[in-house]
Design a binder for this molecule. Structure first.
Ligand code: ADP
Ligand code: MG
Length: 723
């Protein structure tokens, strides 16, 4: 029996979903945060002064008083052991995008032959994983082979449970001995500081001297696919690369739009409830769930949190989705484009910043003062995105996301901003120095120029823009489903810090000692920004071809592929920007550039090898078997002297020949090696990927011809609709 048939018959035997959570006895919501060493746990378990010192560090991202570490470590250990934990792990986020952890037990033998549990402040604060095989992009060759992990106090420790034990997990930064960031967390923390420093200057000008930390916030909507686990062993492509490298389109795809927000099946719903429960227990505020556009595609969105925490939680969300799916007999695919011709998956990164005294700073306010402040921050975003759109493009570049961007379902590679008609109108009026606007009651005199009243909720939505204003935040939609949100957040924090710095300097100079000049100065600088950078605003259909031409006229970069986008990370102005705000040094930028290129090359290489192998060992043999069957039949017919049709045989034979030739071309490319990573990436992009696609086209044609019982690969129809 071929694998495909085996998979389907196994699925047919699956029993109706059983209840695994006693939800009537215990409401999941009550379990929120039970596995987190949260502020409230600390308040209960720590001496008052130590709790206060720690809280200050967490609230302001200020330096930790190392003398508190021993007491905290001890309290953490006792709490963790009360939850069954026997081990602790420093969790860190290497540049591969993965989550890494090194486990140690609390166990320390005493001299009398017994053991005690031990966890010192020193081991809490700093770890030394032997993590020298993570790529460092040259950072460590020149310095030290080893990296060390440093406790991130701002992201709470938590307990990770497994069937046979529990581990205390401590989020950490991962650095070289000389302090270079080897991870995705360190730059987030640094960029949050940079943004805060600059935003405080604006707040001071507007009279807020509270000094409350302005923190970037992120709410990331995670899209994913679910397929039945039984298919996976028979799809080496999904196993090795997370996406299908073969597969003819299904007769029924997503054309009916009947999946979007449709009723969720029991099996999937049982999975979702369990995912959410696990995440609640880890203190992750997941809120929204629904079916997505494509069959088998779903979305999960948490309530936003500060950027650093949201990033750590995002990693846990991805891990939990994968883990719980397996438990429910399914495989969760996070790849940006698991199925050709079907919508891909993104991770819309909702972004804003705010502080405890003002709330969300991208929320249009009620008063002229608040509105002016909102316009300042909004203008900073417009300037930042325009000036550094290439950076935003580079941080979302990956082999997977290349298949999704611009594929008539996701924003194109051109970065632009959607402001909505109302807010655009406001900026348009400012630009033209007009005091009126079309909607009634929106006049608002502030100083010489006037700013119209701002819409509270910009009702219009645009789903085609890569960077859209959605009423009180921006949504960076080009981020891929499999990506860490760290890169996008670091980029946004840094480019906006730079623009806020620019505006603050202009305002400070214009105002001097006379605060009454503030609103005039605001009008001037917003006007200048909209004049210089307004071309980044586009409210039309980003999927339309006309936009490509229009964007080119406006001089907006259109970096279509990863090898085009990644070099932006090491352009002079970009390196200068990241160094200036002490987010990433020149060396650190180069290391990222190199590692991301290498990741791209490795991904394409694995995909190419998988295509060649599947074509050689699965698809070609299937074609041969069918060809043989047809040939035998033809011969017999000839013997019997009955009329027969050779066309199917000819077609299969022709395609089989083409297939062999196409495999040969790809195999030659696989053996091609280059010392230069960028050269290699360009070859991958311009030659290897098309060669893979060429094989796929032939194979997909064969799928439509070869007898169904001889076709071994589970089909799109089966994987997308049998669940
Ligand atoms: P939609 O699908 O309509 O875009 P969702 O409800 O799926 O909206 O997701 C919106 C996301 O935006 C949520 O994660 C939400 O918490 C987040 N969000 C809301 N306000 C902010 C904010 N101020 N900063 C960052 N993210 C925010
Ligand atoms: Mg959504």
């Amino acid at each position: 029996m071929n694998g495909r048939v085996q998979a389907i018959s196994a699925i047919n035997k699956i029993k109706p979903t059983k209840t695994t959570i006693p939800y009537k006895k215990e409401n999941s919501l009550n379990q929120f945060g039970e596995n987190v060493f949260s502020m409230s746990v600390m308040m209960k378990r720590l001496p008052k002064d130590i709790y206060k010192s720690l809280k200050k560090t967490v609230d302001n991202y200020s330096t930790l008083d190392a003398s508190v570490a021993d007491v905290v470590a001890n309290a953490m250990k006792d709490w963790a052991m009360s939850k069954g934990a026997s081990h602790y792990a420093h969790v860190f986020f290497p540049l591969t995008g993965a989550t890494a952890e090194k486990h140690d037990s609390f166990l320390a033998p005493d001299l009398a032959g017994s053991a005690i549990a031990e966890f010192s402040g020193k081991t809490l604060i700093q770890g030394e994983p032997d993590a020298s095989s993570f790529p460092s992009g040259g950072l460590r060759q020149t310095f030290e082979a080893r990296g060390y992990t440093a406790w991130d106090v701002t992201s709470p420790a938590y307990i990770m449970e497994s069937p046979n034990g529990a581990t205390l997990c401590i989020p950490t930064a991962f650095l070289s001995w000389t302090g270079e960031a080897l991870d995705k967390k360190t730059p987030i923390l640094r960029s949050m500081q940079a943004l805060n420093t600059q935003a405080q200057r604006i707040l001071n000008l507007f009279g807020d001297n509270s000094g409350k930390m302005v923190a970037a916030t992120c709410g990331a909507e995670q899209e994913y696919f679910l397929i039945d686990k039984n298919f996976v062993p028979f799809r080496p492509d999904i196993q090795a690369t997370g996406r299908t490298l073969f597969g003819a389109p299904t007769p029924k795809g997503q054309q009916f739009d009947d999946h979007y927000f449709g009723a969720i099946t029991d099996r999937v719903l049982a999975f979702m409830f369990e995912v959410e429960r696990e995440l609640y227990r880890l203190g992750i505020p997941v809120k929204t769930r629904h079916n997505e556009v494509a069959p088998g595609q779903f979305e999960l969105a948490p309530v936003f949190e500060t950027a650093n925490l949201a990033t750590d939680h995002q990693q846990l969300i991805m891990a939990t989705l994968k883990k719980v799916a397996k438990k429910h007999g399914m495989e969760c695919l996070l790849h940006e484009k698991p199925f050709a011709g079907i919508n891909g998956s993104g991770k819309h990164c909702n972004y804003s910043f705010g502080n405890a005294s003002q709330g969300n700073l991208l929320d249009p306010g009620e008063t002229p003062n608040e509105n002016a402040q909102f316009l300042v921050f909004c203008a900073a975003i417009i300037r930042g995105v325009h000036k550094y759109s290439k950076v935003l493009r580079a941080v979302i570049a990956s082999a997977g996301n290349d298949h999704r961007l611009g594929a008539n379902e996701a924003p194109p590679a051109i970065i632009s901003i959607f402001l909505g008609d109302q807010l655009s109108e406001v900026f348009e009026h400012i630009k033209n120095g007009e005091a009126t606007c079309s909607t009634e009651a929106c006049m608002m005199k502030i100083g010489v120029d006037s700013l119209p009243d701002l819409p509270k909720d910009a009702g219009d939505r645009n789903r085609t823009s890569p960077f859209a204003f959605t009423g009180n935040r921006f949504e960076f939609r080009a981020v891929g489903s499999d990506q860490s949100v760290s890169g996008p957040l670091v980029a946004m924090n840094t480019i906006f810090a730079d623009s806020i710095d620019y505006i603050a300097t202009k305002l400070e100079n214009a105002i001097g000692d006379d605060p009454s000049k503030l609103l005039d100065a605001v009008s001037d600088v917003v006007k200048k920004i909209i004049n210089d950078h307004g071309s980044i605003i586009f409210n039309g259909d980003n999927y339309a071809d006309a936009w490509q031409e229009e964007a080119a006229k406006r001089g907006l970069p259109n970096l279509k592929t990863t090898p085009e986008a990644l070099p932006m990370l090491i352009e002079d102005d970009v390196i200068e920007l990241f160094s200036k705000y002490k987010v990433l040094s020149k060396e650190e930028m180069h290391s990222r550039y190199e590692i991301y290129l290498e990741q791209y090359n490795l991904k394409v290489d694995v995909e190419a090898k998988t295509v060649a192998e599947m074509a050689n060992t699965i698809i070609y043999p299937a074609a041969m078997r069918y060809q043989n069957e047809l040939a035998e039949s033809c011969l017999k017919m000839k013997e019997l002297g009955i009329d027969y049709d050779k066309s199917a045989l000819k077609e299969v034979a022709g395609l089989s020949l083409d297939l062999k030739a196409a495999i040969k071309t790809l195999e030659d490319l696989i053996t091609h090696e280059s010392d230069d990573a960028l050269d290699e990436a360009i070859t991958c992009c311009e030659q290897t990927l098309p060669a893979m696609l060429n094989i796929r086209k032939i194979a997909d044609k064969l799928e439509g011809i070869v007898a169904d019982d001889l076709w071994p690969l589970p089909t799109y129809q089966e994987m997308l609709f049998i669940r």
